[in-house]
Every structure is written in C-alpha cells, then in structure tokens.
Design a protein around this ligand. Structure first.
Ligand SMILES: CSC[C@@H](O)[C@@H](O)C(=O)COP(=O)(O)O
Length: 368
C-alpha cells in the first residue's frame, strides 16, 4: 500500500539479496524508519520488541529469521537453535509457529549446504503467499461491503475496526483492511471507525496512519465509543483481524475485541473476522480455555509517548506511581458472537465443520 504516494510492503529482502528490510512500527506515526535485520537474533528481537507485529507479519519475519540463521549455521543443530529462538518470541499469534514449521519441513530433509538458499526461497514464497491470500480476503470481504452499499445507495458504508489488521500487520493489503482498500479502489464510499486500541494504540498510531496515507476516509475513536455508535446506527459492520482462530471458530484478537463483539451482537451489527488460513489452529479446540494470552509490560499501560506541541517526542506517565496495572494483550471472542470468517477461500461460518471443509489440508498438517 502507499506511503507518501510510493508503494511499500512491511517487509522485504534488501538489494544485497540476504539482509531483510522492515518498517520499524515502534516509531510510527511520528517517524518513518526502515530497520535492517541481519541475523536470526535480530528477527527474534524485532518480533519480541514489536518493531514488527501483527500475526501474518510475525510469521513472515520468523521465516526470514530462519533464512538469516541458515547463512550462519545450516547444521541440524543450527536449524533447531533458530527454530527454538524464534518460536518463543511472542506467544499468541499462531502464524509464528506455522511459518517456522513450514521452514523446518522444507529445510530438515535437505543437505545443509543447500539450506540457506532453500530457506530464502521458502521465506520469499511465504511472503508472496501472504499477499495473494490477502487479495482473496479482499475479494471475498468486498461482497459484504457491496451488499450493504446496495441497500443504501449513494450513502457511506461505515466499518468499525479494532487494533491494526492492516497492511502493516501483514506483508501488504492487511486482512481486516483488505476489503476496505478494495472497496475504496472500486469507488465505493467507505468510512472507517478506528478504535484507538489502548494500551499500545495500534489503531490510533498505525491503522489511522496507513488509511490516511492511502486516502481512505476514517475517524479515530476512543476504545469505549463503538457501542454508542452502534446504538445510533452509525456502524454498518465491524471487521477485525485475529491472531489465532480455534478449530471451533473462537477468535483471539487484540484486547477489547470481545467487548466490541458483544456490543455488535446487542445491536444487530454484523461482526466479521478476516483471517488468512495460517491463522487457524486446528490443534486448539476451545479458544477461551486453550489459546495462550500474552501479558505484556505494565509500562505500556502506565506510560504514553507522543509529540509535544513544539515537535519533541516525549513519554509521560498517566497512572499514579504505585498503582498496580494489568496488561493482557489479547482476548477471545466466542464463535457464537462472530457473523462470519472472511478467508481466502470464502466467507465461512465460525465452526469446525466449515473450517475443516474449506481447509482440509490444514487438518492433515495439524495431525502430523
Ligand atoms: C492481520 S493482523 C491480526 C492481528 O494480529 C491484529 O489484529 C492484532 O491483534 C495485532 O496485535 P499486535 O500485538 O499489535 O501484534
């Protein structure tokens, strides 16, 4: 998608052919900085410290992390070490493990002297596949936006989203934003309510930034506003992303998603979840019970960083000294509150039978 009129992806192989470039998302929206990753450790730190974030991008970064590792040590021990280093970088998004399993499946059977080249080739494929998948999500989600638009000709279709499931969270296009970008390209009048998404403000700082650069009309709202907007008919549909979908259709996403789903349910607002198939975890049968929820530093709750009126970046404390804080990064929305799952293979019911029928090969892989 576009930054100052120029097309960017969130991650890429640099011109040297081996190092990896990525947008440093910790610096947005204040500064546009490109980071260069040159080792497996760099990739692990980039994921852990959220230089890169968003489930599909975490997977893509891990894939390149394996490739960087293979340049240094392509032995069986090196392969295991790289896998073990990367897989613990963040706990909730299953795309991390999915990408690492894909890489290991490709690399383990081949001669170590061929592993580095094969690793880059497979990582490139994972990256390209992410873009293709998101194009599929865009096409399938577009039909939902078109259907709403056809019921109110000439009027704006209002979509609410939470966190950042935009192109910055993937390689390009995004998941939740993919149908929105396509609708915008097709000339459908679309407007996005962007939840600020405390405590890290991925909505206010990332989703608003990318929609703004791409020219999509949007409004940033405090996290608690969505219910009010829904009660007053100001939200036509909600589309969010996800870090892991359980086999039963339960959806794990950024903290606060569950409350939006409850409000949507109470107000008959369709609540859709957009996901690429690598986000499905057929090994988890009950999302609420079994998906690990990351708990992050309390500093994300106590402190906020922003630009002062005279242009300096400053961090201030907004919680009294001594007050304990809790920082659960994700929650799980039960399948019964989800209207549908927008995937690259169509809009599915959030249940095991529908997921299994659409992605039988993933069930086979989970059973391995
Ligand atoms: C297409 S990204 C889907 C999710 O990864 C996204 O909604 C989200 O919750 C990201 O959380 P983050 O903690 O910023 O990595």
């Amino acid at each position: 998608m576009k930054v100052d009129g120029k097309h960017f992806r969130s991650i890429w192989r640099e011109r040297d052919g081996w190092s990896v470039g990525a947008i440093d998302q910790r610096r947005l929206p204040h500064e546009f900085v490109i980071a260069r990753l040159t080792s497996c450790e760099d990739a692990a730190v980039a994921i852990r410290d959220m230089l890169v974030r968003g489930a599909p991008l975490i997977g893509a970064t891990a894939a390149y992390g394996m490739a960087l590792a293979m340049r240094e040590d392509a032995s069986d021990a090196g392969l295991t070490r790289a896998y073990d280093t990367l897989v613990v970088a963040r706990p909730t998004a299953i795309n991390l493990k999915w990408a690492l399993d894909e890489m290991r499946r490709t690399l383990a059977p081949i001669d170590p002297v061929e592993r580095a080249e094969a690793a880059y080739a497979r990582a490139d494929e994972i990256v390209e596949q992410d873009v293709e998948i998101n194009r599929g999500i865009a096409a399938n989600g577009l039909k939902l936006i078109e259907a709403i638009g056809s019921k109110k000709p000439g009027e704006v279709v209002n979509v609410l989203t939470h966190c950042n499931a935009g192109w910055l969270a993937t390689v390009d296009w995004g998941t939740a934003t993919a149908p929105i970008y396509l609708a915008h390209e097709r000339g459908i009048k679309v407007h996005v309510w962007v939840d600020e998404t405390r405590p890290r403000n991925q909505g206010a700082s990332l989703t608003a930034w990318e929609l703004g650069h791409h020219g999509v009309p949007h409004t940033v709202i405090p996290d608690n506003t969505g219910g009010h907007l829904m009660q007053h008919g100001m939200v036509d549909l909600a589309i969010v992303g996800t870090d892991r979908v359980a086999a039963n259709g339960d959806v794990c996403n950024k903290i606060g998603t569950y409350l939006k789903a409850l409000a949507a349910h109470d107000n008959n607002v369709p609540f859709y979840v957009a996901l690429p198939s690598p986000t499905i975890d057929f090994a988890v049968h009950d999302g609420i019970r079994d998906i690990p929820i990351e708990q992050r530093s309390g500093v994300e709750v106590t402190d906020m960083t922003g630009r002062t009126a005279d242009g300096r970046l400053e961090t201030v404390r907004v919680v009294p000294e001594g007050s304990p804080v809790a920082n659960y990064a994700f929650d799980v929305t039960p399948a019964r509150l989800v209207s549908g799952l927008i995937t690259e293979r169509g809009v599915l019911k959030p249940d095991r039978a529908s997921l299994a029928a659409a992605f039988p090969e993933r069930i086979a892989a989970a059973a391995e």
